[in-house]
Write a protein that binds this ligand. Structure first.
Ligand SMILES: Cc1cc2nc3c(=O)[nH]c(=O)nc-3n(C[C@H](O)[C@H](O)[C@H](O)COP(=O)(O)O)c2cc1C
Length: 374
């Protein structure tokens, strides 16, 4: 299977399946002399880890990451730093239970990728979904932790802003709240009711979708390239590559279609720091595929988990009509654990474009021009 690599100068290749012995990735292109230990990566993996609340899958994976290559203890500083060579990361799978999945061996789950893998490859690893499983996304989160260290002063944060019909009240947005509830929800009032809502769904054997917002601050202006290298294009591709993502928006996104030009275009003034001050951010920090220096704002829609207990009509691999009801361990709302994954993908794209900018243009932006011609 090809296409397991993303990024240009910050390049990540992942490997592994849900029920294989381990999952891993190789991060290539990371600059040398960046301090890096497992402790820099583990906290991000811990946020994505399954089995942490009753609202996510009960699969118990410690997701302890090992750095296999690409680091060395620098004699001068005494710190372990990157060497500029490929960084290989490995996570052992410890809680695979193949018997949970025997019911889906021959039948196709509506909404899942069972049919398309079979029709394309003629076989599939049905144990936990094999490579279709979001187990692979742990490696994206690990790579994202390295990406965050490449861009000075970069902060990437994500939050769940909608679950099913329940949207947050943006007036109550509190970033500190995101880590206080098991839903990564920034609105305490909405977070307080999501538990009962999910319990009800689970009792019915159902699942639900969600919308995640990722905000990247400290992104220098000038990252990205016109046309085929648009920063927003790469962000959309990276976020859409996450399992179960069916929609991506940047800035005002689809709502921009309802706006008039004078409402949408972000007006500019000069700030005290000598940089332009944008009076709004409908552009989501990107114009012409190039970052403005404003926060980058991306949202993505995650569909409801396809593996549900409610019986559904389907067919099997031998062309027979049948029914399926999926037992086993599944996230009732995969959007919850998609939050740290979305953050990681944004961090990887920004780091990649940061290195590309350095490669093509070099130093800081050439703006403002010295003097206006008379
Ligand atoms: C964090 C996370 C966990 C997921 N867990 C499950 C799961 O337990 N059961 C399931 O049916 N799908 C789960 N998915 C979604 C499937 O992996 C995904 O729907 C499937 O690979 C088909 O791909 P597509 O939805 O992108 O078309 C999960 C997705 C994410 C992001």
């Amino acid at each position: 299977m090809s296409f397991n690599t993303f990024g240009h100068l910050f390049r990540v290749t992942t490997f592994g399946e849900s029920h294989g012995p381990a999952i891993g990735c190789v991060v290539d292109g990371c600059p040398p002399r960046i301090p890096l230990t497992e402790a820099d990566i583990q906290p991000y993996l811990d946020r994505r880890r399954p089995g942490q609340s009753r609202y996510t899958t009960q699969r118990q994976e410690p997701d302890a990451v090992k750095i296999l290559s690409g680091v060395f203890v620098d004699e001068v500083s005494g710190k372990q730093v990157t060497t500029g060579t490929p960084i290989a990361l490995l996570i052992d799978n410890v809680d695979q239970r193949s018997k949970d999945y025997s019911d889906i061996k021959d039948k196709y789950r509506p909404g899942h990728a069972d049919y398309t893998y079979d029709v394309k490859y003629g076989l599939r690893d049905y144990r936990g979904g094999g490579r279709q499983s979001a187990r692979e996304t742990a490696m994206r989160v690990a790579a994202g932790a390295i990406a965050r260290k490449i861009v000075p002063s970069l902060t990437v944060r994500g939050a769940l802003v909608q679950m099913g019909p329940h949207r947050i009240d943006r007036a109550r947005w509190d970033w500190a709240e995101v880590d206080r509830n098991p839903f990564f929800c920034p609105d305490p009032k909405t977070a307080a009711m999501l538990g009962d809502y999910l319990d009800g769904l689970r009792k019915r054997g159902s699942s639900i979708g969600a919308v995640i917002e990722v905000v990247a601050e400290g992104v220098p202006s000038g990252l990205g390239a016109p046309i085929y290298g648009k920063l927003d294009g790469d962000l959309a591709g990276a976020l859409m590559s996450i399992n179960a993502v069916k929609g991506v928006e940047i800035g005002a996104g689809f709502a921009a279609a309802e706006l008039a030009g004078e409402q949408n275009g972000d007006e500019m003034r000069m700030g005290n720091d000598g940089k332009p001050l944008f009076l709004s951010n409908n552009a989501g920090g990107i114009l012409g595929g190039i970052s403005t220096g404003q926060p980058i704002v991306a949202r993505f829609a995650v569909k409801p988990t396809s593996s549900i207990l409610i019986p559904r009509r389907t067919v099997d691999r031998y062309g027979r009509e049948t029914e399926i009801s999926t037992i086993g361990r599944h996230d009732p709302c995969v959007g919850i654990r998609a939050v740290p994954i979305g953050e990681a993908m944004v961090a990887c794209v920004v780091a990649d474009h940061y290195l590309r900018q350095r490669g093509q243009v070099g130093g800081p932006p050439a703006w403002p021009l010295p003097a206006a011609p008379r």
